[in-house]
Design a protein around this ligand. Sequence first.
Ligand code: AMP
Ligand code: GLY
Length: 421
Amino acid sequence: MNVLVIGGGGREHTLCWKLNQSEECHNLFAAPGNAGTAKCATNLPLSITDFEGIKEATIQHKVDLVIVGPEEPLVMGIHDYFLSDKDLSHVGVIGPQKAAATLEGSKAFAKEFMFRHQIPTAFYAEFTAASISEGEAYLEKTNPPYVLKADGLAAGKGVVILEDLEEAKKELRRMLLGEKFGSASSKVVIEEFLSGIELSCFVLTDGESYITLPMAKDYKRVGEGDTGLNTGGMGAISPVPFVTESFRKEIEKKIIQPTIMGLKKDGMPYKGFVFIGLIKVGDEPKVIEYNVRLGDPETEVVLPRLKTDLLSLLIAVQQGRLAEVKLEIDPNVAATVMAVSEGYPESYEKGKQIIGLENTEMVFHAGTIAEGDNILTNGGRVLAASSFGKNFNEAVEKSFKTLEKIHFEGMYYRKDIGFDL
Ligand code: AMP
Ligand code: GLY
């Protein structure tokens, strides 16, 4: 079988690395990929939203299965595009159709879905430019911290949490009047603040049945001790020690089952990964957000722990046979530590030469590009060093040892991933 992975980050390198281990995987392609995917797949220089280009490549390379890494093409309807084109409708796509992808594409849509299906989440209200004064009045009635969310996709930056009422009102205006996040914030969700510890839950579904992948926790802040600005993720661990068997059952019963049933009841076909961002409030799991893809860098710890062949899992999803599949997980713990460019998540430079990658294992490329024989930095997050261990300390230490061998100008990583466990 020929497989095409859409995307070019650490998640997609990990997907390619894992798919490449499958006997059923004949030719593997990544679009656009990076210097890491180039080692285990053929990179195709295509943008993730260039549907025409992806169509041509799919036909030319006789691709049988397309795995969509990032949310943007899904929210734009890449799966529907494949289904509606007679030259592509035989090709399997892993990732939901546009209707269900709206769970990530619109926060208001996701909230309505959760309330309709009684899935525990924060209380909320939604406002548009026409209802700014109602929004301000709503803020006055509620208690700080104030959680304001741009409704649409805002590259992970659309959530603002503020303590001060006047600041919150100003922010609401900025968002609704399009000065911030453009049209993504033409609608704003104001949400109850939830206090607790967050975790990432990944579910793979064929629309009928589902399997739950190992839980993971990511470290979003740039600074040690969870301080400083939010990033795409500075590291991750799996499993999550505070997810006991009884808490896992709660998540399954109150969140995963109603989510999968809700998609079905609402007539929203879903073949792919559901990423449920959870928060543990007291002993209760609540949903912070849905994403319609795998998380990054969580993928860099979740997929290495998968003993079941990934491609056969995805073929089962495509064929609606997921109920027959048994998942096998490595009991070892996995950690990943992200090396980032100096300045990230604010402005940073690209094009720094990376040295010391030889003789390293499970170093997933997040933002790299090959130039001749050299590998250069090509993003804020550059490399994710993943490791296994009997416990978190051992795994994280191994990742640090790996990163000590690697160098690029301005390289930075957190030396405390897993510190709170
Ligand atoms: P999201 O993009 O919805 O995942 O939000 C980004 C981050 O904002 C989350 O990972 C949380 O840390 C925080 N956040 C979002 N919603 C809430 C909430 N209702 N209460 C507290 N923190 C939140
Ligand atoms: N690590 C969080 C995300 O992928 O959105």
